[in-house]
Structure formats: structure tokens, C-alpha cells
Design a protein around this ligand. Structure first.
Ligand code: HEC
Ligand SMILES: [Cu+2]
Length: 384
């Protein structure tokens, strides 16, 4: 398709062509119906204005054929546009399996990107190759934003608390605008940047140099650092223990929770388990994991979740425990929880002191009690 209105952005992605075909079809239909309706109004207003000599006898009051026609045709057209639009929407939000993946965090008032695999980070800039599908997984750190790249006809909501996904494939090398397209506060208008669509060679070169990232590191490596920074291994070890279930092989596992629910663990569930562990508690454990809501940023959660996804898959990437496993006693039963996973030493385990991320020694019970006092205060405490 070659037609484009003056002032309309050029089309620089595969989706742009599909999108514009639908857009201009709707525009065309709107013009046609506007002409029919307003043309009719004008025609009759002039023809039957006062003083004209026209036949005004027997004005028709109903005309079934006419009414069916003007109801049915727009109805069918409307349904056809709906089906076409729905098909394109599904196409837009269903990324192909192959290609590149980019994470996008929107926050007041900037865009942060992380490239899956290479882990290259960018702010208000996004480098992509042409001719390769790019899946964008988006989330907001605060309010609702929308990522908008006009030349790609790419626009999608970036909401807090949930990943959204859409994709594009750039067709023309160039530098294109990138905007926030959802009013998000005083500096909303400044929340923008540029997309650099590069030839595959230029992109490979750029990636080889680690982008403009001062500290290039793969997503998994960065995730491992964050895992250590928050001392997750204080509880999560190579095997299940009294403190916590192992995270080896956690991704894709079917887990059962104390509320009777059971899920296949995906990235979304991992994210939730870290931010709000009390929503679903792994069968056999208590509510002892600290909630990291507000403590770990979306920016850090992306590599952290990516790292968790690799655990147990790559033997060298396993989580290693920094604590000695708790000794298990005998003859102690915990009446509140009954699980095949819990060893009988759970009560002693609960009394056992172990270091919190800020160096205080608290028993698991004390930790939980403290958290219940004030979860937000507790978060500040462990991550000042
Ligand atoms: C104080 C001990 C403790 C610390 C520290 C801790 N966890 Fe946990 N974690 C638990 C316990 C206990 C469970 C199981 C109960 C539950 O689901 O809340 C759990 C569950 C999880 C689960 C869900 C596993 C599943 O099978 O559904 C994930 C994911 C997780 N933790 C990740 C982390 C990460 C990442 C960190 C570091 C940022 C961390 N945990 C720090 C104790 C801890
Ligand atoms: Cu915004």
C-alpha cells in the first residue's frame, strides 16, 4: 500500500501496512457515509425549502425496504470492520516465537528498556534491527502509561502490576519517535525518546559493543546479582529445607498452595510470589517470606525473574545456600500445617535465628510477627 495522507507518519513496520489499510478503509467508509447523510440533508433542505414548487402530497411515512437496507448494510459493514480489527489486534499482541525480546519499564517520566539475553539496558532509547520481530514485554513502575511508536503503528498500554506484550518488526532503517501516549502526570509530554531501527549488521555491531550500557551484563547475570543482593539464598537453597522450598526448577513446575489452589509457575506467578508471597503460600510452608513489594523495582524484577527461570536448568546457575541447613528434630509436630514436605523439625526451624538482609538476627516467627506489624515499615527496614 502506497497511499498516505500528508502529515501522517511514514510506515516503518510490517504492522504499519496492515494497520493503515484498516485505518484508511474506516476513513473511506466514514467519508462515504458522511457524504450520503449530509448530502441527503442538504438536498432535501434545498429541494423542499419554503416557497419551492414541489409535490408535497402523500409524504411517505414508512418504507420497510429502505429501512432494512439502511440498517443491514451498516450493520454488516460494522461487523466486518470489527472482525478485521479484532484479527489485527490479536496479530499485534501475539508475538511470534522467534525474534528478539525487549523488556520495557515505564515510569514517571521515562522509558527504561532491557534486552533479553544480552541484558543491555537503555533509557529513552531503543535499538532494534530491521527485518526481525521484536517482542516488547511492558510494565509500569507507577501509573498507567502507553508505549507509542507512530512509524510502527505500535501503541500499547503499560500498566502497573501486570506484564503486557506486543510486537513489531521494523522494515526501514531510521530513527523514529517514541512517546508516552497516556497522560501520566506533569512531565508526561517529556516522556519520550527514540527508536533506532538499524540494519542487522549495524545492530550486531552495536550489540557487540554492549550498546551504550556502561555495565553490560546478561539478564541472567544481573538477576543473579540481585538474588544475592536481597539475600534470597538465606532461605532458598539447592533443596527444600525448613526455611523455604528450593527454587531449582521452579519455573514451569506445577505448585500446590495452602489455599488448595495449584498453578503452573510462569513469569507472572514468580513476580507475584516475590512481591506478595502471602497471596498463595506453598503447601508445607508458612507466611515467612518477606514481601518485596516496593523494595524490588520492576527494573530489577525483570532480571531476577529471568534468573529464577534458569534455575535448575543450567547446573552452574543454581542457587547456593549461604546458611547451614537447619537441624531437624524428632517427635515435634506442627498442628497448623500438614504437608508431606514439612519435616518434623519445623518448630525448631522456626525458632532458629538467621540473618536478615540487613544483618539483624531474627527468628522466622519474629520476622513474620514484625512483618505483620507493618508490612511497609518492614520493607523499609530490610531495604533502607
Ligand atoms: C525469610 C526466608 C525467605 C527469604 C529471605 C526469601 N524467601 Fe522466597 N519463600 C520463602 C518461603 C517460606 C516460601 C514458601 C511460602 C510462600 O509461598 O510464601 C517462599 C516462596 C518463594 C517463591 C514461590 C515458590 C513456589 O514454588 O511457588 C518464590 C518464587 C520465592 N520465594 C522467591 C524468592 C526470592 C526471589 C527471594 C529474594 C528476593 C526470596 N524468595 C526470599 C522464604 C523466603
Ligand atoms: Cu507516561
Amino acid at each position: 500500500m502506497n497511499f498516505n495522507l500528508p502529515l501522517a507518519p511514514t510506515r516503518a513496520s510490517t504492522f504499519a501496512d496492515k494497520y493503515d489499510l484498516l485505518f484508511y478503509t474506516i476513513l473511506f467508509l466514514s467519508v462515504v457515509f458522511t457524504v450520503i447523510v449530509f448530502g441527503g440533508v442538504l438536498f432535501f433542505a434545498i429541494r423542499y425549502r419554503r416557497g419551492t414548487k414541489v409535490n408535497r402530497s402523500h409524504p411517505p411515512h414508512e418504507h420497510l425496504g429502505l429501512e432494512i437496507t439502511w440498517s443491514l448494510i451498516p450493520l454488516l459493514l460494522g461487523l466486518a470492520i470489527f472482525a478485521w480489527g479484532a484479527k489485527q489486534f490479536i496479530y499485534f499482541v501475539t508475538p511470534p516465537k522467534k525474534g528478539l525480546e525487549v523488556y520495557c519499564v515505564g515510569k514517571q517520566w521515562m522509558w527504561h528498556f532491557q534486552h533479553a539475553g544480552s541484558g543491555i539496558r537503555e533509557n529513552n532509547e531503543l535499538h532494534v534491527p530491521v527485518g526481525i520481530p521484536v517482542t516488547v514485554t511492558m510494565i509500569s513502575q507507577d501509573v498507567i502509561h502507553a508505549l507509542y511508536i507512530p512509524e510502527f503503528r505500535f501503541q500499547y498500554q503499560v500498566v502497573p502490576g501486570r506484564y503486557t506484550q506486543a510486537w513489531f518488526q521494523a522494515t526501514k532503517p531510521g530513527v523514529y519517535h517514541l512517546f508516552c501516549n497516556m497522560y501520566c502526570g506533569t512531565q508526561h509530554a517529556e516522556m519520550g525518546g527514540y527508536v533506532y531501527a538499524m540494519t542487522p549488521e549495524a545492530y550486531a555491531q552495536w550489540k557487540e559493543n554492549g550498546g551504550n550500557d556502561p555495565q553490560p551484563m546478561t539478564l541472567t547475570e544481573r538477576g543473579h546479582l540481585i538474588f544475592n543482593r536481597f539475600s534470597c539464598a538465606n532461605c532458598h537453597a539447592d533443596q527444600d529445607n525448613e526455611r523455604a522450598p528450593t527454587l531449582n526448577g521452579v519455573f514451569g513446575k506445577k505448585e500446590t498452595y495452602t489455599d488448595g489452589s495449584s498453578y503452573k509457575i510462569d513469569a507472572e506467578r514468580l513476580r507475584e510470589a516475590i512481591l506478595n508471597p502471602y497471596k498463595h503460600i506453598v503447601l508445607g510452608y508458612g507466611d515467612t517470606m518477606p514481601a518485596y513489594q516496593g523494595a524490588i523495582s520492576e527494573e530489577d524484577l525483570i532480571p531476577l525473574v529471568t534468573y529464577l527461570e534458569t534455575l535448575g536448568k543450567n547446573p552452574t546457575a543454581g542457587a547456593t545456600s549461604s546458611v547451614n541447613h537447619v537441624k531437624t528434630g524428632t517427635g515435634v509436630s506442627d498442628t497448623t500445617i500438614s504437608s508431606p514436605r514439612l519435616s518434623t523439625g519445623v518448630l525448631q526451624a522456626r525458632q532458629q535465628k538467621f540473618p536478615t538482609p540487613n544483618g539483624h538476627n531474627l527468628s522466622v516467627n519474629a520476622l513474620a510477627a514484625e512483618r505483620r506489624k507493618s508490612s511497609s515499615q518492614y520493607q523499609n527496614q530490610i531495604h533502607p
